[in-house]
Write a protein that binds this ligand. Structure first.
Ligand SMILES: CC(C)(COP(=O)(O)OP(=O)(O)OC[C@H]1O[C@@H](n2cnc3c(N)ncnc32)[C@H](O)[C@@H]1OP(=O)(O)O)[C@@H](O)C(=O)NCCC(=O)NCCS
Length: 192
């Protein structure tokens, strides 16, 4: 199992079958809050649904199509972060993430995305481009790429159906050279 350090109190650990129960309960207690911006809450009803998701992410990793990590904070699972898939012909991917409501406001996700870009996406995988898409109204999610210096490329109209309505997506990207430049210019891990 791969572990990526973030801070003294937090790290990323590749999701594994043993995480299913804790990940399910984190999802379940945050169901109403997550449902505002994520489309999959209604298909996660039992621990076995989360176990199935983790099995898919392990298979995804084996196929070199990306990895999903749990974000651990003070020994507790706080959320997840992963790539949707990898387009190897064009060396590009996109990232998705969520945190339990009680773990917001500490910079955890900003630090997690920065660590992920460093160690995997632009490091080991040598990708050229990483995108983050968030609903235009999802101010907290949009703040993460903005804090880390991603470039806003535009808006995809009616790009996602969320239960009973469509939302527009803001598209952000970071290129490998830009990220290396930010790092060598001394950007801190938190991106601030
Ligand atoms: C999107 C989401 C992960 C953002 O969570 P978040 O806690 O706001 O993001 P971070 O963990 O990076 O924390 C940033 C906050 O911590 C504060 N902070 C404290 N210490 C910090 C540090 N060292 N570095 C950066 N930010 C810090 C920031 O000021 C910011 O707070 P603010 O919004 O009051 O200004 C979360 O709201 C979520 O999971 N939402 C539901 C699911 C979702 O929308 N997923 C994304 C779909 S595209």
């Amino acid at each position: 199992m791969r572990v990526i350090p973030m801070t003294m109190e937090a790290c990323l650990k590749q999701l594994e079958p043993a995480d299913a129960e804790e990940l399910f309960w984190l999802t379940d207690v945050n169901r109403a809050y997550l449902r505002q911006w994520l489309p999959w809450l209604d298909i996660v009803r039992e621990v076995k649904d989360t176990a199935q998701f983790i099995a898919l992410t392990i298979d995804q990793h084996k196929r070199r199509q990306g990895t999903h990590y749990g974000i651990w904070y003070k020994g507790r699972l706080a959320g997840t972060l992963g790539v949707h898939s990898i387009d190897w012909n064009n060396r590009k991917t996109s990232i998705g993430y969520w945190l339990g409501e009680q773990f917001q406001g500490k910079g955890l996700m900003t630090q997690a995305v920065a660590a992920y870009l460093d160690h995997l996406v632009f490091g080991e995988w040598n990708l050229e481009r990483v995108a983050i898409q968030a609903a235009t109204g999802n101010v907290k999610s949009r703040a993460i790429p903005e804090r880390l210096g991603f470039q806003l490329e535009g808006v995809l109209r009616s790009n996602e159906f969320l239960y009973d309505h469509f939302v527009d997506h803001a598209v952000y990207s970071m290129l490998a050279a830009e990220w290396r430049g930010r790092r060598s210019a001394g950007m801190s891990r938190s991106g601030i």
